[in-house]
Design a protein around this ligand. Structure first.
Ligand SMILES: [Zn+2]
Length: 386
């Protein structure tokens, strides 16, 4: 399918939904472009809460303000959202976890841990498209009304608080809680998946990317040291395994354009990738980080930053055999001729720990050549003189 228009994709979806509604099922209604609910309605109330949360978010020190990145992400949002693009605002939040969320007022969040884990624009589009699905069908409002009607508001809130408690950055977790407005139902998830795939198709993206994203997350959780219950995205998006099958089947039926956008994605993230890799390492969850770097390296074996990250996993973990693994990864990083200068610094540390002073000195020389203004030059020299 070409980029003919989200409008048409929506027509088809709306028609489909209308048929279902005729059968007594879901309502066909999508949010209209430019929609703003009257303030004296429940929806208006929900929006005003989200507007307040968004004002806080806008000034948060966790928001990544890299211009090139934000301009790039805006393009992807508009390519998917088309007529709805002016109603959507995407914030990149510096948190090394896999999460994205969409508030009913059009405030979207993508956490940097998610950006690290996508291999290309199609995978990012799969997530954004899914989140837009929640927005277009007003799923948060549905959940809100459902909870209220069941006089279940206390449980609704405490569910949200449980999600907040799981986050690693309290403030951001609270925002995420507000923004995602609690767990969606299984039906809503399936609907968001379907709409996301339609948006992807309409924008010309490879739909198989939607299944890949969940496969990757499941693999990471299986290898990692973190409980599933602590994953914020899973807390609001239950049953990924169940949805995988449907997503794969839908992709298999897909035709038309199959764009991946690997190069565009890498270029868009260029200004923040090193920081994102460091943030991932700062969690010291080596099992999952190893899975992430290995997977990304399988796609991009010439990526010096990723080899450096993999080396850091082993250096920091420092279990039996890890120093050798770290050195091997650093060597691969240096081979790419695109390794961060800190690769040399890490080699200094590993060699010193092994008692190889001469090699540590050589690595220090290389480090200072690559980073003449290194603020830790003096400290490293002292370490070597001991
Ligand atoms: Zn969802």
């Amino acid at each position: 399918m070409n980029r003919r228009g989200f409008g048409c994709a929506l027509c088809a979806l709306a028609a489909l939904a209308a048929m279902r509604a005729a059968g007594g099922q879901t309502s066909p209604e999508f949010v209209r472009p430019g929609h703003r609910p009257p303030p004296d309605t429940d929806e208006g109330g929900l929006w005003s809460v989200m507007d307040r949360a968004e004002r806080d978010l806008r000034t948060s020190r966790f928001v990544v303000r890299d211009r090139a990145l934000n301009a790039y992400l805006r393009e992807v949002v508009c390519r998917l959202g088309k007529d709805h693009c002016p109603d959507l605002r995407l914030y990149v939040v510096r948190t090394p976890q896999f999460n994205a969320s969409m508030a009913p007022n059009g405030m979207m969040q993508v956490w940097t841990g998610l950006l690290l884990r996508c291999v290309d624009e199609a995978q990012l589009a799969a997530i954004l498209g899914h989140e837009m699905g929640h927005y277009l069908r007003r799923h948060s409002l549905e959940r809100f009304r459902d909870a209220r009607d069941k006089s279940n508001f206390g449980a609704f809130l405490s569910l949200g608080l449980a999600v907040a408690g799981a986050g690693i950055a309290g403030v951001i977790a609270n925002l995420a809680l507000l923004a995602s407005t609690f767990a969606y139902s299984r039906e809503q998830e399936h609907e968001a998946d379907r709409i996301g795939l339609e948006l992807m198709a309409s924008a010309g993206y490879a739909r198989i990317a939607a299944a890949e994203v969940w496969e990757q997350l499941i693999a990471e959780l299986a290898a990692g040291t973190v409980e599933r219950s602590q994953n914020v995205l899973l807390a609001t998006h239950p049953d990924p395994e169940e949805r995988l099958g449907a997503l794969r089947a839908a992709a298999a039926r897909a035709g038309g354009a199959e764009e991946r956008g690997i190069e565009r994605y890498r270029a868009g993230l260029a200004g923040v990738r090193e920081q994102i890799v460091r943030d991932e390492l700062s969690l010291r969850q080596y099992g999952r980080s190893e899975v992430v770097f290995d997977r990304l390296l399988a796609q991009a074996p010439g990526d010096g930053l990723l080899w450096y990250g993999k080396g850091e996993v082993y250096r920091l973990r420092a279990e039996s055999g890890d120093p050798a693994r770290a050195m091997e990864a650093y060597a691969r990083a240096l081979e790419t001729r695109a390794a961060p200068p800190d690769t040399h610094r890490s080699i200094v540390m590993v060699e010193l720990k092994q008692g190889n002073k001469e090699r540590a000195q050589a690595a220090l020389d290389a480090y200072l050549k690559a980073k003449p203004e290194a603020p830790d030059a003096g400290a490293l020299r002292m370490l070597l003189e001991q």
